[in-house]
Design a protein around this ligand. Structure first.
Ligand code: FES
Ligand code: FES
Length: 169
């Protein structure tokens, strides 16, 4: 296991959206800042910076986590997924992103990358959620624009489409 010394920049190797990447940071650097500043993943949005708003949510080894509460050094050797990894290589939106567009589930879009990453993880754990459980999941995210109705509708819609075989996870 690597030893990270305070005040020294260290090389961090990780998988970002399925691609091996590396960058350098001091041990105190937050993962959200590392992803944005070192790796150019600016789809990771930074709002509150203390774990409340959910805008910075990414998946680490498949699990949705706040990247503002995670040190970059803790991502060494891990698989990190950001919103940039949801669309396919040709740029086609994922079913979840397409449903957000169809249902008008965003306005300014600041909260959207984090919500998409949480929803992606949530739908893997709960493939057929009811509206109440979607709203409970969303309680970890703040959206100042939408009133949440479109977001809930989009997530429920994707779950139903996947169950009927009309969309892919
Ligand atoms: S910026 Fe991380 S939860 Fe708000
Ligand atoms: S769409 Fe603006 S904060 Fe959610």
């Amino acid at each position: 296991m690597k030893k990270f010394e305070r005040g020294t920049r260290h090389r961090i190797d990780l998988m970002l959206n399925g691609v091996p990447r590396n960058g350098h940071c001091e041990p105190r650097m937050l993962l959200c800042d590392f992803l944005r500043q070192e790796l150019g993943a600016t789809g990771v949005h930074v709002g509150c910076e203390h774990g409340v708003c959910g805008a910075c949510t990414v998946r680490i080894d498949g699990v949705a986590q706040r990247s503002c509460l995670t040190l970059a050094v803790a991502a060494e050797g891990r698989a990190v997924e950001t919103v940039e990894g949801l669309a396919d290589a040709g740029g086609a939106l994922s079913d979840l992103q397409a449903a957000f567009r169809r249902h008008g589930a965003l306005q300014c879009g600041f909260c959207t990358p984090g919500i998409l990453m949480s929803a992606a993880h949530f739908l893997q754990s709960v493939p057929m959620p009811d509206e109440a459980s979607v709203r409970e999941m969303l309680s970890g995210h703040l959206c100042r624009c939408t009133g949440y109705s479109g977001i809930v509708a989009a997530i429920v819609d994707v779950a139903q489409q996947r169950a009927s075989g009309k969309a892919n996870a």
